[in-house]
Ligand binder design. Structure first.
Ligand code: CTP
Ligand code: CA
Length: 224
């Protein structure tokens, strides 16, 4: 058995994975976030480890245990995730951005708990850095894989995202009530330069193994 790990498709490779949501503080007790459970990213990290890679998992707040044999770095905000990713990028062969990074954060977190003085409340939000796009712009860069969470126009949106962020591969999934986020199973369509493939609906554990197999194949055939 040990031999099959050593000769796995990612033996000797270093893989960096982001997973889970991020939390962006509104005040000391409230935050902006999303429905990501982290399960897809954790399954991807575990599958990369099974394939023989040395895996670092940078994780937002989730209710999951760290997979065995993996270095896990816990973060809360997008900015913290960005710093942790940059700190672990050296020597990384493959980057897989599975985190549901909050696109915006409150322009300023209130120092004290907000009081309900008015009938309505507006929050000023500012854009967070795009961690995945930054990794793809690095020199040298790892084989860079992103996810695309979409509620509509899956195919067109995923292709555009892959091109705009110069990704080696993108894995697109539908999200919405009972789909994609916060459920145990999922389906993915993969896009790369000159090709695409749909992986059927199945448990995130099995889906992650299929995804890792495709990534390993493309990484060896067409390194970045
Ligand atoms: N991502 C990231 N940093 C961000 C936003 C997104 O690293 N600040 C990564 C995600 O981990 C994912 C990919 O970018 O791998 C796409 O995320 P998604 O939310 O689907 O797309 P966005 O580029 O954020 O665009 P939009 O939300 O407008 O569709
Ligand atoms: Ca987004």
């Amino acid at each position: 058995l040990a031999g099959s790990f050593e000769t796995g498709s990612l033996a000797g490779c270093r893989v960096l994975v982001t997973a889970g949501p991020t939390r962006e503080a509104i005040d000391p007790v409230r935050f902006v976030s999303n429905r990501s459970s982290g399960r897809m990213g954790y399954a991807v990290a575990a599958a990369a480890r099974e394939a023989g890679a040395r895996v670092t998992l940078v994780s937002g707040p989730v209710a999951l245990d760290g997979p065995a044999g993996i270095e896990r770095v816990m973060v809360e905000t997008a900015e913290e995730m960005r710093v942790a990713v940059q700190a672990h990028l050296t020597g990384c062969d493959i980057f897989i951005g599975a985190a549901a990074v909050a696109d915006y954060r409150p322009a300023q977190a209130a120092a004290q708990k907000l009081k309900k003085h008015n009938a309505t409340l507006s929050l000023d939000l500012v854009r967070n850095p795009d961690i995945l796009a930054e990794v793809a712009r690095a020199h040298p860069r790892p084989f860079t894989v992103g996810f695309a969470a979409e509620t509509e126009d899956l195919d067109a949106n995923a292709r555009t995202k892959r091109m705009q962020k110069s990704l080696d591969m993108i894995a697109a999934n539908r999200v919405g009530p009972g789909q994609g986020f916060d459920v145990g199973d999922n389906a993915l369509t993969l896009y790369w330069e000159g090709g695409s493939e749909s992986l059927p609906h199945q448990s995130k554990t099995r889906l992650a193994r299929e995804l890792i197999a495709r990534i390993a194949q493309r990484f060896h055939d067409a390194p970045p």
